[in-house]
Design a protein around this ligand. Sequence first.
Ligand SMILES: Nc1ncnc2c1ncn2[C@@H]1O[C@H](COP(=O)(O)OP(=O)(O)O)[C@@H](O)[C@H]1O
Ligand SMILES: [Mg+2]
Length: 257
Amino acid sequence: MSDTQSKQNTSSEAPVIELQHVDKYYGDLHVLKDINLSVKKGEVVVVIGPSGSGKSTLCRTINRLETIDSGCILIEGEKLPEEGAKLAELRSKVGMVFQSFNLFAHKTILDNVTMAPMNVLHKSKTEARSEAMELLSRVGVDSQASKLPSQLSGGQQQRVAIARALAMHPKAILFDEPTSALDPEMINEVLDVMTELASSGMTMVVVTHEMNFARRVADRVIFMDSGAIVEENTPEEFFTNPKNIRAQEFLKSIKTH
Ligand SMILES: Nc1ncnc2c1ncn2[C@@H]1O[C@H](COP(=O)(O)OP(=O)(O)O)[C@@H](O)[C@H]1O
Ligand SMILES: [Mg+2]
């Protein structure tokens, strides 16, 4: 498609993330089963499912932290290559925020955010720092810039991780249970940042057990069970009238504790 065509007709714009018939095995374990998923620009897709259903593996394959055995993954219409510079480029278009923050322990908060923009995007130190300070202020931790990660609360560290992802100007961000390791009183400060990001138009795939967040923020919910997407629906439909029996059981189990 030519540039003019894509500008004339935005509905023909390629999805930001697209998985076509993706299968993955760990030895005998069929961990992803014929996954088809398309995430449009600005869409927020929440992934729900029991432990071990393949949610983290799904995120990791989208970012090529894991290989797949068949099918294909496209980022903005471009197929993820096996390796090389093109893979690094496509991978840098998709940010990732993990359950365990994954900040560099011996670097300051500011350095954690400026490192990749300087090393990968070749930004000057001055530019990287000024942009990092803006992002840290956006997530409410600019006053912590010169500290080490261990001096921050979990909620603050996770907000830094989000700022770090944003510093790469990603086309989409994947969140893998970003609040699961947090004390309850810190969960909302992270969800608030994610809600703000979603309303700013960021394309997001969010694995979470925070059902209120999913209900409020998701455009679409997908439910995974044993490596397959077994239900895909609007949050309203999914939470009030789940079709899949495993989804019904799962929703019941989390409501009762
Ligand atoms: N590196 C690995 N090697 C072998 N099995 C794995 C590996 N990572 C995950 N698994 C298995 O794959 C399945 C899906 O795991 P995962 O994607 O982490 O699920 P979820 O995030 O939904 O809890 C689980 O049965 C898990 O034990
Ligand atoms: Mg997981």
